[in-house]
Design a protein around this ligand. Sequence first.
Ligand code: C5P
Length: 223
Amino acid sequence: SQPSILSGKKVLLTAGPTREAIDPVRYITNHSSGKMGYALATAAAKAGAEVTLISGPTNLPDPKGVTTVRINTALEMQAAVMERVDESDVFIGSAAVADYRPASVAEQKIKKTQDKDDMTIELVKNPDIIAGVAGCTNKPFTVGFAAETNDVAQYAQSKLERKNLDMIVANDVSRKDIGFNSDQNEVTVFWPNGHQALPNLAKGTLAETLISLIEKRLSETTQ
Ligand code: C5P
């Protein structure tokens, strides 16, 4: 087989959900399994890249041949990413980062009140990690994901532009058979001036296809 353009290159990925503490025993999170990001990390390592995976809490084992860094919160994920972004050639943001976190973390377990039937938790916006990466002076080839329930192509393309990404992988999460916790996924990939719809594939096969597409775009955009 041909030597990969990714051979010896540094690939940084995020995967899984983030976990945002409310108090010492409670948190806000989402249903991301991390499967897609872990499969991408494995595929990038197989292509000869030096891979670092910044992972939120998942039930998956660390991928073989990959440096895996475990974090919990979006702020921890951002710090772990920004620490390594300068030396990275490719960044893939497959994590489902919580958009908001509790404004403050209670030091003690929040007690149920007897006199009130409602309670409010104030949330503040988390930083957009991938937009931060794409805003760096020494920006790596930056790949994002877009999970949409409607107007997938339109939202994906505007996200590509708004976040200054080099590629975006869009999937329709309104479909129960694919995406999030599934072992299969069917996506369309967008880049400036092009797109490609991929068939429904097992996440491992899809990851290898996406890594090939990244290699192709890399060889077309770097001389
Ligand atoms: O804007 P939206 O969350 O739909 O964008 C999804 C893409 O942005 C994914 O690649 C995701 O990993 C990344 N993202 C991020 N930091 C956030 C929110 C999303 O890196 N706070």
